[in-house]
Design a protein around this ligand. Structure first.
Ligand code: PRX
Length: 678
């Protein structure tokens, strides 16, 4: 085991010991009275004795062209096939099947960032028309067909889910890249997924500025081509239909302005492809322990069944609700809980273009008031920011939340209490949903109509998910033992990703190898899924997540691989070594801080510091911006030459560096400490 792992585990375990158990808070009776799920017998039905058949309850929430022959096929363990032989289409399930009863209902409320622009309300009928027309364009203008991959690099807009659903209608596998990611990050994903078509938007608003997004795509196409993947066609949606809003003109022969081209497809309808349940629906890239982001491949039938059930039972969405998830669709939360889950339930889902605190701290609450939002879903980072800049703002607006979610990072109990008392006015139930890009939907959460809440704890496994905590030797840590360990899931579940795109070995190695004893086994019991998170479980089964055990830093709920940042730093020719560590941050949770040693003969300078900082933003995006770039004379190293990130982490966080005398170069520690203290 590496020093890095050891250290993180120890420090996280120490935190656990200091944490006190929080009290139970019962869900408000008004909430329970209307909840979709209130019968605790679900936990009996979804016990391991009934696995895997209990998951047919979730699949039955969907409309199938053909039912499955087998609930779970384990023959290619651990690449599970859910609902084998079943046929369905995700776009049909999110749109067509609702038309008979809900064609007039708003599917998407799009809220532009400029407040003077009116909200756009897209009904299910309108969504149907727009998705069909765009699917026809993808098929006939772009020549896309079932199984092809397409990269989508778009801002928050109604056109983004329209694009995704049009792909799903054709069986084209979409790979949405977070709009704020750089050209380089986008190009990496284009190359890895072999996308020959890229879909984007000319411009979008963020923080009061209309950003020229198209310029990023031109660069992404150039970088992708250098990397061996030519983008034959760039499809550009217009932020203002009929008006081109970017200074970067369309490139003849490659670029197609969607809003013009669509005129050729008005009124065209496209039959949804009858997809096998196990055919991929989308790829979502996420950071791993090594430099290259991995493409998590999510299937159609399993994923859609799972997110629909989670939206119904944990998000408690009803037809008459107005549901607002503030995440970006470019992350898994947006895929599962803005687009696929809510739309499969014929919900009304809100998409907000811009910054939640623009132009002031009241913006989010004004949106809630205007649309009469009653289910609100966000991350601790946003909650901390809203609390910091406008602790009294929620009280000024007239809205009522029945249900609120926190997701993506551990939430401090004080922040949880502010969320409940001030944002939720003490009337909303809260779910703290713990899950991952890979897991498609929730792993742990209270069922809001059944379980009491506990500040700072995600709750037990959701019905059907059976968590287990192992120590590093594979010994089970019993609930209530007060010790942290690696949280794993004992059983497969339909929302889980199917593999890492193009890299099955990496899938097996990263998620299963640590606790699998027989690699040839076809029995699911031999393949616990390893989340990579450290957690403690109290005697009542509630899980408290402590953070990642691997080399991943969670910034504002977004994951960044330390290796990704380090390799970005190493693109600067003067850099010899780079090590990144997470530093506690009041709002973002964690922030990366970078230590760099230079090649011999190179002098440190503020210009060089800036060059390295810029390289990281260029390679990955602003999200990876480092708090500081320290140019150090040498890295603290073990005698075998391993960089001691633990020591750097302690320096950055002003903690105790411990005994450093065993290092190869103990003197450097003090030098770095002095530098950082100044
Ligand atoms: O460390 C856990 C943390 O976020 C990681 C997953 O990040 P990502 O794949 O980007 O997905 C974020 C949205 C699902 C996890 O491994 N995490 C996620 N939810 C929680 C959490 N940590 C504590 N509490 C949560 N509710």
């Amino acid at each position: 085991m590496s020093e890095q792992k050891n250290v993180v585990e120890t420090s996280e375990a120490e935190i656990a010991v200091h944490w006190q158990e929080e009290e139970y808070i019962t869900p408000p009776p008004a909430f329970v009275g209307q909840a979709n799920l209130t019968d605790p017998a679900i936990y009996d039905r979804f016990s391991l004795d009934n696995f895997p058949d209990y998951y047919t309850e979730f699949a039955q929430l969907l409309t199938w062209y053909k039912y499955w022959d087998e609930v779970l096929d384990t023959s290619d363990a651990p690449c599970w096939k859910w609902f084998k032989g079943g046929k369905l289409n995700a776009s049909f399930n999110c749109i067509d099947r609702h038309l008979a009863q809900h064609k007039n209902k708003t599917a998407i409320h799009f809220v532009p960032e400029p407040e003077e622009e009116r909200v756009q309300h897209v009904t299910y009928q309108e969504l149907y028309v727009r998705v069909n027309e765009f699917a026809a364009l993808l098929r006939d203008t772009a020549g896309l067909k079932r199984g092809d991959r397409v990269t989508i690099h778009m801002p928050m807009s109604a056109e983004l889910p329209i694009t995704m659903l049009a792909c799903a209608r054709l069986g084209v596998i979409h790979s949405v890249v977070f709009g704020g990611f750089s050209a380089n990050a986008c190009a990496d994903r284009i190359i890895d997924s072999n996308s020959r078509v890229l879909i984007t938007m000319d411009a979008y608003y963020r923080g009061g500025n209309l950003l020229n997004h198209k310029a990023v795509e031109d660069e992404a196409c150039t970088i992708a081509e250098e990397g061996g993947q030519k983008v034959d066609m760039l499809l550009v949606w217009q932020r203002y239909p009929g008006k081109y809003s970017s200074d970067s003109p369309p490139v003849p022969g490659r670029d197609v302005v969607v809003n013009e081209e669509l005129k050729n497809y008005f009124g065209v309808r496209v039959e949804p492809e009858k997809m096998l349940a196990e055919e991929p629906l989308f790829l979502m890239y996420t950071s791993g322990t090594t430099g290259k982001p991995k493409g998590c491949q999510h299937g159609t039938g399993g994923y859609l069944s799972y997110v629909t059930a989670m939206s119904k039972y944990i998000q408690d969405i009803h037809l008459e609700d107005v549901y607002w998830c503030m995440a970006d669709i470019g992350w898994i939360t947006g895929h599962s809980f803005i687009v696929y889950g809510p739309l499969a339930l014929a919900a009304s889902t809100v998409i907000y273009e811009g910054v939640p605190t623009y132009p002031d701290a009241g913006r989010s609450w004004r949106i809630a008031q205007q649309l009469d939002v009653n289910i609100f879903h966000t991350a601790p980072t946003a909650i901390r920011a809203l609390r910091k800049i406008g602790p009294d703002e929620p009280a000024k607006y007239n809205y009522t939340f029945k249900h609120m979610t926190t997701v993506g990072e551990p939430i401090e109990p004080e922040v949880w209490r502010w969320y409940r008392e001030v944002v939720g006015r003490g009337e909303a139930v809260i779910v703290d949903t713990y899950w991952q890009t890979e897991t498609g939907g929730f792993l742990c959460s209270t069922v809001p109509g059944i379980n009491p809440m506990k500040a700072g704890s995600a709750g037990p496994g959701v019905p059907g998910i059976h968590p287990i905590i192992f120590d590093e030797n594979g010994k089970v840590i019993e609930p209530g033992a007060g010790k942290a360990g690696n949280i794993c899931i004992q059983n497969p579940w339909p929302g889980c990703f199917q593999t890492v795109w193009g890299d099955r070995d990496r899938f097996v190695k990263s998620y299963f190898s640590m606790y699998n004893k027989n690699p040839d086994s076809k029995d699911w019991r031999d393949w616990p899924y390893m989340t990579g998170d450290a957690a403690v479980q109290s005697a009542d089964g509630y899980v408290r997540i402590l953070g990642r055990i691997d080399d991943v830093i969670n910034v504002s709920g977004h994951r960044l691989g330390t290796k990704e940042i380090e390799s970005a730093a190493l693109t600067v020719p003067e850099v010899a070594e780079a090590a990144v560590v997470p530093v506690a941050h009041e709002i973002k949770g964690k922030e990366p801080e970078l230590y760099v040693s230079l090649k011999p003969g190179i002098q440190p300078s503020p210009e060089l510091q800036q060059k390295i900082a810029d390289a990281i933003v260029f390679e990955i995006g602003k999200i990876a911006k480092c708090k500081n770039v320290w140019l150090v004379p040498d890295m603290p190293k073990t005698r075998s030459g391993k960089i001691m990130r633990r020591v750097l982490g302690a320096i950055s966080n002003k903690g105790d560096v411990g005994n450093v005398m065993t290092l190869a170069n103990p003197e450097v520690v003090e030098e770095i400490q002095k530098m950082v203290a100044e």
